[in-house]
Design a protein around this ligand. Structure first.
Ligand code: PNS
Length: 165
């Protein structure tokens, strides 16, 4: 039987415990999970592509069937090139739904071979987002409950120098 490969796409600017939860659960369901940091030229990122993937790599180092990559292009093409049968997304609240539904239908049109699967977020991550984490860090708040411990200092170094632990 061929390997079941899933793609977990996102900005990951920066990866949070919410992302890590979805990646961990996806890795339990697929033979291989490729976490791909997408590059969107219309978007401004806080962290460089290399910083984003370095933080994902550190955070997922313990999950042996996870691979980390970055891609500048269409997700549907990336999935096809990498033999993925599924795109995994985490759904937090209803506010995520409309945009995610639109992306899922668009990706299905572009690549009918790939299914988008939604995992409901764990309750403790309902409200968690990279932008909230960054806002708290910039204002000197404690983000240690929201991000993987191994990348805490990487985030603080950039957003709140002097607060490193
Ligand atoms: O973490 P985010 O910002 O919610 O992730 C959004 C992302 C990167 C998954 C989305 O913007 C994406 O898939 N971009 C790739 C470009 C693409 O394929 N666009 C057309 C289908 S929506």
């Amino acid at each position: 039987m061929s390997k079941r490969i899933a793609v977990c796409p996102g900005s990951f600017d920066c990866i949070t415990l919410g992302h890590l939860d979805i990646i961990t659960r996806a890795a339990a369901m697929f033979d291989e999970v490729i976490v791909v940091a997408m590059i969107n030229h219309q978007k401004t990122y806080t962290f460089t592509p290399q910083e984003r993937i370095d933080m994902i790599k550190k955070s997922t180092a313990d999950i042996k069937n996870v691979r980390v990559d970055m891609y500048d292009g269409l997700l549907a093409d990336y999935a096809a090139k990498n033999g993925a049968s599924a795109i995994i997304k985490g759904l937090r609240a209803m506010s995520d739904f409309e945009y995610e539904f639109q992306m899922a239908l668009t990706n299905k049109k572009l690549n009918p071979e790939v299914e988008t699967l939604f995992l409901t977020t764990s309750a403790q991550n309902m409200y968690l987002s990279s932008s909230m984490v960054k806002q708290i860090a910039i204002m000197g708040g404690d983000i240690s409950d929201f991000v993987p411990p191994v990348i805490l200092n990487d985030i603080l170094k950039k957003l709140s120098p002097g607060k490193q632990k």
